[in-house]
Design a protein around this ligand. Structure first.
Ligand SMILES: [Fe+2]
Ligand SMILES: [Fe+2]
Length: 314
């Protein structure tokens, strides 16, 4: 019960030289304890020692202070004292809290509304620091997988959309759609989502339902565009027509879903999961290009190369 009144933050979003405008709590033995009071300075030594112990599960802010936390992050993003690398880190890590909402709050509309300013900040930031995708993605600690996954797919998708020449409005839609592409996993049982090892046939059938569940969930909300819905419903379709759930082919698949299909696989291949070893960016790309080429829009696959080439060069 008490858990719902706090949200998790990464301590890596807090730097010692700047006092916070909100209290920070630690969660120990099922209880929250005040760790740092708003306005109190924190020493370099203390924060460094804690950073080393920050597994992503220990530090919290009260939900009622969410706006203060947001404003604080925004201020950091505009600070002249921080390098693009530091800013990228703060932006990415601070967004993790929103990723949790995506899968945990009952109201998807609310999660969408909360995600919009975050996507805008990403687009704004990437506009001024085109190499920032590299920083943001090199930060992933590969912990709490689903949130990181959704966020990373969204960051890659924005990079890809940028190379494809999408305007700002379209990028915002794309960012939202890719962030929520797996929203249907809310309706898949946790046992299946967290299973270590391969799924059996029945489990796999349920897992595959997440595309249709995603559409169902998004259909319940009036202000969600067809493009965002397509990113959720069609992201497991394949260019050659042997994907699911509708076996759409080529251009029949919405461009957003074609983008997510690519960035989703790329992220899964390069990320450490309980049951597989991560592949290098180069190996993943080569495999997608040679062995899995029929699954993706060839033009987009080329564009993805250019996104990643820029990242690698950064
Ligand atoms: Fe998916
Ligand atoms: Fe996914």
């Amino acid at each position: 019960m008490e858990k719902n009144t706090y949200f998790r933050i990464r301590l890596t979003t807090i730097r010692p030289d700047k006092v916070t405008s909100f209290n920070i709590y630690v969660f120990i033995d099922e209880k929250y304890y005040l760790y740092l009071k708003a306005g109190d300075p924190i020493s370099d030594g203390k924060i460094e020692a804690l950073h080393n112990r920050d597994t992503g599960a220990s530090f919290f802010v009260k939900t009622s202070d969410k706006e203060l936390y947001r404003a604080w992050v925004k201020e950091e993003m505009n600070s002249d004292l921080l390098t693009p690398e530091q800013k990228a880190k703060i932006l990415r890590e601070s967004s993790i809290a929103i990723m949790e909402d995506l899968f945990e709050v009952a109201d998807v509309n609310q999660a969408m509304d909360e995600a919009k300013p975050i996507i805008k900040e990403f687009i704004h930031f990437m506009e001024f620091h085109p190499d920032s995708i590299h920083f943001m993605l090199s930060l992933s600690g590969h912990d709490f997988y689903t949130y990181n996954h959704s966020l990373d797919v969204s960051i890659y998708a924005l990079g890809l959309g940028g190379v494809l020449g999408y305007d700002k409005k379209t990028l915002e839609e794309l960012g939202l759609g890719s962030l929520f592409h797996d929203v249907g996993k809310r309706n898949v049982s946790l046992d299946i989502l967290c299973k270590k090892g391969p799924l059996d046939e029945a489990e796999w059938a349920q897992m595959k339902m997440h595309a249709a569940f995603g559409l169902q969930i998004l259909n319940q909300h009036p202000n969600i565009s067809d493009a965002v819905k397509a990113a959720a419903f069609e992201h497991h379709e394949s260019w050659e027509g042997n994907g699911y759930p509708q076996q759409l082919k080529g251009q029949e698949i919405h461009p957003f879903a074609r983008i997510v299909a690519l960035t989703d696989t790329y992220d899964a291949m390069t990320t450490q999961r309980s049951y597989n070893k991560p592949m290098s960016p180069l190996d993943s790309l080569t495999m997608m290009k040679e062995k899995l080429a029929g699954r993706y829009d060839p033009d987009m696959l080329k564009a993805m190369h250019s996104v990643l080439f820029k990242i690698r060069a950064a």
